[in-house]
Design a protein around this ligand. Sequence first.
Ligand code: 16G
Ligand code: MG
Length: 551
Amino acid sequence: MLRLLNVSLLRYVQNAAAKGDEKYPKFPKTFQYGTAGFREKAEELPHILYRMGLLAALRSAVKKAAIGVMVTASHNPVQDNGVKLCDPQGEMLEPAWEKIGTELANTDDVASYLKKIIEDFGLDSSNEKPFVFVGQDTRPSSDFLAKAAIEGAENLGALVRDIGIVSTPILHFVVASRNASGELGLPTEGGYFNRISSAFVQLKEKEGLGRENRNYKPEFDFDGANGVGADKMAQFAKMLTEWIDVTHFNTGEGQLNFNCGADFVKVQQAKPEGVPLTVNRRGVSVDGDADRIIYFYTDSDNKFHLLDGDKIATLVAGHLMELVSASGLDIHLGLVQTAYANGSSTEYISQTLKVPVACVPTGVKHLHHKAQEFDVGVYFEANGHGTVIFSKKATNLVRAALENPELTQAQREAAKKLSLFGELINQTVGDALSDLLLVETILHSKGWSVADWDNAYTDLPSRQLKVTVKDRNVVSTTDAERKCVTPAGLQDRIDAIVANFPKGRSFVRPSGTEDVVRVYAEAESRELADELAKEVARAVHDLANGTGPAP
Ligand code: 16G
Ligand code: MG
């Protein structure tokens, strides 16, 4: 019986490889499964998508669970596209399989490579068909590329469910939900909307406040980056009219991510185009696949304020910490950041909120992994990507507390809220829309305007630059990217430069998604931050074989 199934899988292999070679010939270039999967110009990708369909089918056979394939290049320009796989619990693909993905993408002999995977993992015992979900963003190239992935998976005998245009977090939710046997609700986009909106409404009703609360008003502007987030937010907004009043911008009338969206707002530190300037009104931007979120507003002095992932992390960690204390439960909450977190945020979280903070290298998987070490782990990158995860221990403690007669009414109420937050939050991956409703819930509960939130602490001015070099891999780092190891002498130079800047901090790292070295700097004033970044960029250019003119 076992051998028979193995033989049939191997029979699929020849055929699947041959069909792929014919229809999706390899683009002559070396590709790498990076921190966010493959990301390239769309026309280079068809064979990659087909092969990632094959890989998803095998991954599903290995895990005996549904796997996801998401076609997107997130915040990148519309001409780019990409693909990433999502593992059974909605987490990022396991690193060992990133390597397998890279090898499969580059091999000239697909059939032999597939056979090797089948043999290495002993894929002869599965009596269930592989199951693969495929989702795509709104890029014009996404439909064709998604079809290539579907073909790849089907040609290896997988059952494929094409869920069409969805945000990345919806794809992750659907995969996790299908593998959680009903615990998360239906494994569909509808199931996602229902779970999150129902938790949101219940939290609002529990608070027993009106639509408005002190300085909190339910109105805000939403910048959809001309991507998938626009349409999905419109659906939430329709379900939640009683509680939020959203004005939608960049809903698809303009170009995806062009002068708008979370990445633009964060990097340019400027309002997205298309959104009118209304003093002191909350604005929210998401990125092209709606897994990142940034808030912003302009004050009465015409000064632009950015409320990034750090501000969201502090708001969320602070609020959940209050609920944990009120519940009296033995739950340890911690926050995970990267070196990009503004120094003021780290100080505020550890000194004022008294929440333990960990720092890890850039990339969601590092944050997610570290957050799992806490009972409740809050993680956010400054760029607006993040979420909260509740451990089994925390979930069970909260669940038991709901019915525990020995607790006070107030303790049970706090536990109930924690439980609802656990449903409102998309725990599988950072989710702009779930994060948005999370922030709105907390601001409403506190009665805060966006300025009240912003005033919790003041960001140090920061600047990011990039330097093109001959080979970015000559720069290597340690201590969660805060110190650089090679090239020799660069860290000493950075230390010497930083010493001249009050409240100065700077680090450099090779990008995981672009062929550049990134420079981050913060200092006491805007001018000093800009100058510090420039001086460090010059040092990188000098010592790491910079190409082009010196910064
Ligand atoms: C990817 C990462 C993101 C990180 C960014 C850094 C995921 C899903 N995404 O987009 O977390 O902030 O890369 O880019 O892990 P960089 O290495 O080019 O600076
Ligand atoms: Mg994204």
